[in-house]
Design a protein around this ligand. Structure first.
Ligand SMILES: Nc1ncnc2c1ncn2[C@@H]1O[C@H](COP(=O)(O)OP(=O)(O)OP(=O)(O)O)[C@@H](O)[C@H]1O
Ligand SMILES: [Mg+2]
Length: 354
């Protein structure tokens, strides 16, 4: 029997639908449930084959627990290591390199710093900043938004240099980006599941949350060629980031889909918010993905430490001294710990090369 655990916040309909769907399809061979956690031991045996994570971005204890589960071979959707390392600014830069249209974006030094960081600690920062140069590059109107955020928190539309400084001065210790505003003709939010299945949703961000008017079910909303480009861009971005569940948002202007937000590894899927059609689509897509991932042969070296814990011999390259390179074969002991070093000879000290 395989076990699937679900880690959730306040949402109800989506996790419930996933759990019920997996249990129905699994017929006792695959069983899904909400995870219950107490203190987590560092040598805790694995309990789940797969975990769907919807909330660890808000709860560091969950994130740390998931990393530990990954160490035991549990498949985590989405990868907790990458999610921890990821940020929107890196993603914009990556998207641009991959040929996806991205509005011009600048990363800004923080306004404030944690206690103990004083002017002397920040000698690497230019001061005063070239605000005019930044605004000239990005253009106006622009959007000031956190480099790692969600739920529209601390997002503001900027129409002038004065407005930028006023809003920036309110951002405290948050790290912000300034992004070219796209005066969009159309807007879509796209689910992507398994880095493959894409659902384009006509979405109006100007309508209020839960108004029932944000998401519109209209399969012909985008012209076929544009829809094809959007699907391709969505797969490109989600494959590059490695997220198995994500949404990608595009502001579309003059037929060009600009990706403005694609770091949403726990996207909204609640019935009351996205509507029945999209709720059912994402539920079924995630259930199918769970069975697909569970049936895949165990991947070798999903994480770097896998190679170190793998009982097969692995080759490691070690620099023994400044002049001599040595290749040795390490076979980890059956308990997974590393063997004693082959040579006890202390490595030659490196010369200082300042
Ligand atoms: N470059 C842009 N051009 C036009 N509109 C933008 C741009 N960036 C953000 N917006 C507007 O601001 C909204 C929130 O921005 P964004 O999606 O980047 O933030 P978020 O906090 O991740 O929001 P959510 O969690 O709802 O996705 C967008 O839905 C869009 O309406
Ligand atoms: Mg968004």
């Amino acid at each position: 029997m395989k076990r699937v655990g679900v880690l959730v916040g306040r949402e109800k309909t989506f996790p419930e639908a996933i759990i019920n769907g997996i249990n129905e399809k699994g017929r006792g061979e695959v069983v899904a449930e909400y995870i219950k956690l107490d203190g987590v031991r560092y040598d805790e045996p694995p309990k789940y084959d797969l975990v769907i994570d919807r909330i660890s971005h808000e709860v560091p204890f969950y994130r740390a627990t998931l990393k530990r589960m990954a160490l035991e071979g549990t498949i985590i959707i989405n990868n907790p290591f990458w999610w921890s390392a990821d940020d929107k600014f890196f993603n914009y830069s990556l998207g641009r390199k991959l040929g996806v249209a991205i509005p011009k974006t600048v990363l800004l030094p923080q306004k404030d710093y944690i206690e103990g960081i004083v002017s002397e600690s920040l000698r690497n920062l230019a001061f005063p900043m070239d605000w005019q140069g930044i605004v000239d590059y990005v253009g106006l109107p622009a959007f000031l938004k956190p480099f790692d955020g969600g739920g529209w928190k601390n997002v503001s539309k900027i129409n002038s240099l004065e407005e930028l400084l006023t809003e920036y001065n309110k951002t405290g210790t948050l790290c912000m980006t300034l992004q070219e505003g796209i005066d969009f003709d159309q807007f879509v939010r796209c689910y992507c599941v398994g880095q493959e299945e894409v659902m384009i949703m006509a979405y109006d961000p100007r309508k209020p949350y839960l108004s029932g008017e944000q998401y519109v079910h209209n399969p012909d909303y985008l012209a076929p060629e544009l829809a094809e480009r959007v699907r391709k861009d969505v797969r490109t971005l989600c494959t590059a980031l490695g997220y198995d569940i994500n949404t990608v948002e595009f502001a579309i202007k003059d037929g060009v889909p600009y990706a403005i937000d694609f770091m949403n590894p726990a996207p909204d899927a609640e019935l009351a918010s996205v509507g029945e059609f999209y709720h059912n689509w994402i539920t079924n897509a995630v259930i199918d993905l769970v069975f697909k991932r569970l049936n895949e042969p165990a991947q070798k070296s999903r994480y770097r430490w896998d190679a170190l814990l793998n009982p097969e011999p692995v080759q490691a390259f070690a620099v023994a001294s400044a002049s001599e390179q040595q290749v040795r074969t390490i076979t980890p002991k059956p308990d997974g710990t590393a063997p004693a070093p082959a040579s006890k000879k202390a490595p030659a000290k490196k010369k200082k090369t300042v």
